[in-house]
Design a protein around this ligand. Sequence first.
Ligand code: FES
Ligand SMILES: [Fe+2]
Length: 460
Amino acid sequence: MTLLSEPPAPGEARSPGITYQQLLDTDSHPENVPVVLRWQNNEYQGDADIPVSRYTSRAFHELEKEKMWSRVWQMACRVDDIPAMGDSLVYDICGQSILVVRSGQADGSIRAYYNACLHRGRQLREHDGNATELRCPFHGFCWNLDGSLKHVPCEWDFPHIDTEAFDLPELRVGTWGGFVFVNMDPNCESLEAFLGNLPEHFEKWPLEDRYKAAHVARIFPANWKVVQEAFMEAFHVVATHPQLLAGIGDANSQYDWEGNFSRAITPNGTPSPHISFVPTEQDMFDAVSDRRLDEPPYLVLTEGMTARSVTGNGGRMNLRKTIGDAADTISDAELSESIYYTLFPNFHPWGAYNRIVYRFRPYGDNHEMSIMECMFLEPYDHATPKPANVPIHWLGVDDDWTEAPELGLLARVFNQDSFNLPKVQVGLRSMKKPGVTLANYQETKLRHFHNLLSDWIARP
Ligand code: FES
Ligand SMILES: [Fe+2]
């Protein structure tokens, strides 16, 4: 017998308030809503606690290194970070130093080497730069950009070197969306297979067609997953960013997952179900633009304007300068929402025309310190040359995000997020309950990540 009041099955319960799909129905440009925003895929993934040791134990960090980082596709840089032949970039992950090199001008001429001289092991490069060859500063062994041996100093003293077999060992390399991915496992699946359907989601928002206008990296005294997971759900908004609630559908976010990626869509310009008053469109717009009480509104809305249509119209007007008439094919939704994708294990490109891309990784080989990076990818006017990428702006453990003014309003929101993170690490160390407990729906992306991580760790 089915009871009228039968509770939803695990993972089926949803917040009161408008669903994201219902909100899409109200778009002022409904014909422009892309099919990927109509896509929904959220099978229940289980509710077991996640072991605290995943965040605190050195042994688990070693397992991640051995079973995951050394075998998984990971984003190393933008293709445009090494635009000219001979450009090289150092990508470090868990004590492994990798050198990504533009070895020629043709497409596909990007190679990645273990960043170690085959003589006595000095790093070939400790900084990004440009050179016509890869010459070790210690004794002068030298390789061509394609990794073949070029020169052995005092060759008479090395009759035992087979010069034909003294190439720099390479990693697998792939590109997607203007990003370079590397993989240390020579037998790994192709990048295309690993990405699955993710490229289809970005067909309307080609990330390769953008340049990197900002790149800020900050060091945190917390495990990389503690930091990453603070940027994978909107559940924390009610307590961490209460100033946004009048204009953010935090608990009405939609969460989806498939294969190696997951996605959240947090609508903006719609009220949170957590607030007890009915906000005006001006209230919602002020909240979306993160206006503080002592600041004037960015724009005074008049009769007939809604927070979402104003954001949409303003966004289309701005985009027209770079993408031309294609701006008319963009819906309000694509200009209003926070659409945050995650490709396992640590790459987070945002969808539509929100410019954000995050990457999280351990700091050096330290399991209780990490690096968070935020890049802004901007469209550009194709009538002019693509602007050069900016270099990384590094912030230390004690720095504040507002020391990176290129992040604009986001810096203050990041500060609210960042305030929690070292305390999470301290708390986890003291936690006597053996696992952290996740919400079934709103922490879908965290569950998806941990289920994939469990699969990698279980591999022989
Ligand atoms: S360590 Fe590189 S040339 Fe000796
Ligand atoms: Fe946040």
